[in-house]
Design a protein around this ligand. Structure first.
Ligand code: FAD
Length: 315
């Protein structure tokens, strides 16, 4: 029977919802054990949140000063050691998971399976290729540990109705000294929700024309309590930070509400919002491709429509 270890993504205090989505993936093929590894400086709060997820059988809490800030190079050998008791090791397909899981796979001498979007069994999975235009069914060998990332946009978060046991484990892995934490900086900070897990996202495109004009996107997002994203054209033009890019080569997201402002709707952008709930498009060109997938479309100049919208929303 499959025994799944999920690596928790967290900020030291809160468990990122991506972890609960990985749990849903593991539950979908009826694993006999679903344990969550919480690597942290002091993982009490995060471990409690992980233990509350439905379907979780246990939480392994590894507290160590080296784990205070998430560093893939430091976490990977620890996960390799914990993985000895498991048939599967999962992480989310977020920036965190994409950084960590290939290192875990390499240390274990196996290939990494990327972006699981559904499981037919414990060893047969579906994953998107060609920017989501084709779906591949892959079978992993059952005699090796399956190291994989889970496409978080494909799964609902497991609900918090569980009560799993939390086990403390000492850290006795030899850690590399070539990588150390210096500082954490984020362009999208300012207390805004995380782009990859936020329920609402407002994104701006090339039409904004400048970094200064992009402020209007932040204002709309703040009025709605939304995270901020951007098209690649906006990122490449320097209007928005790299970590804000939504799409094939950016972030794949599944918010309940996605508002695209001045974004044409290129296939590479649409790949990132396939699983969004309601899509709203504001574009001056009524023929823009984004209108084909939008639930609500407003053919208007963003520099008129967005301030009006902010005012109407009381921002
Ligand atoms: P444009 O396509 O230039 O669209 C701007 C839109 O703004 C137009 O529709 C225009 O009508 C509208 N507009 C102009 N003025 C106004 C106004 N005043 N008010 C309202 N609307 C206005 N793109 C991504 O976004 N994410 C990715 O991850 C990504 N990955 C890529 C990977 C590869 C390998 C390649 C080749 C491309 C990738 N791209 C990606 C780029 C993608 O093909 C498009 O070039 C990009 O998405 C276009 O961004 P945009 O919609 O902001 O700009």
């Amino acid at each position: 029977m499959a025994r799944v270890l999920i690596v928790a993504e967290h900020d030291g205090q809160s468990l990122n919802p991506s972890t609960a989505r990985c749990v849903s993936c593991a539950r979908s093929f009826e694993a006999s054990a679903i344990d969550i590894a919480v690597l942290s400086g002091d993982g009490g709060a995060v471990a409690a949140q992980a233990a509350a997820l439905a379907g979780v059988t246990g939480v392994i809490r590894v507290d160590h000063p080296a784990n205070e800030f998430a560093l893939a190079a430091v976490a990977a050998p620890q996960i390799r050691d914990l993985a000895a008791d498991y048939t599967h090791v999962f992480g989310p397909s977020t920036t965190f998971g994409k950084d960590l899981m290939p290192r875990v796979a390499a240390l274990m001498g196996v290939g990494q399976l990327s972006d699981i979007m559904s499981a037919e069994s414990a060893y047969r999975f579906k994953r998107p290729i060609y920017a989501g235009n084709a779906i591949l069914t892959v079978e992993a060998p059952a005699d090796r540990t399956v190291v994989a990332t889970v496409r978080t946009a494909s799964y609902q978060a497991a609900e918090a109705t569980g009560e799993a046991e939390i086990r403390k484990r000492s850290m006795d892995t030899e850690l590399p000294d070539h990588t150390r934490f210096i500082e954490l900086r984020s362009d999208t900070g300012n207390g805004r929700p995380d782009l990859q897990t936020g329920a609402r996202v407002v994104s701006g495109g090339r039409a904004l024309g400048s970094k200064e004009n992009f402020e209007i996107i932040y204002r709309l997002a703040d009025t709605l309590g939304a995270a901020v994203g951007a098209s690649r054209a906006a990122v490449d033009s320097g209007y928005a930070g790299n970590d804000m890019q939504v799409g094939q080569t950016g972030k794949i997201i599944a918010p309940d509400l996605y508002i695209a402002v001045g974004i044409s709707g290129a296939i590479q952008h649409l790949t990132g919002i396939k699983d969004a709930g309601m899509i709203v498009a504001i574009n001056i060109d009524a023929e823009a491709p984004l209108f084909e997938v939008a639930d609500i479309g407003l053919a208007a100049d963003l520099f008129t429509a967005v301030p009006e919208l902010i005012e109407a929303l009381g921002g």
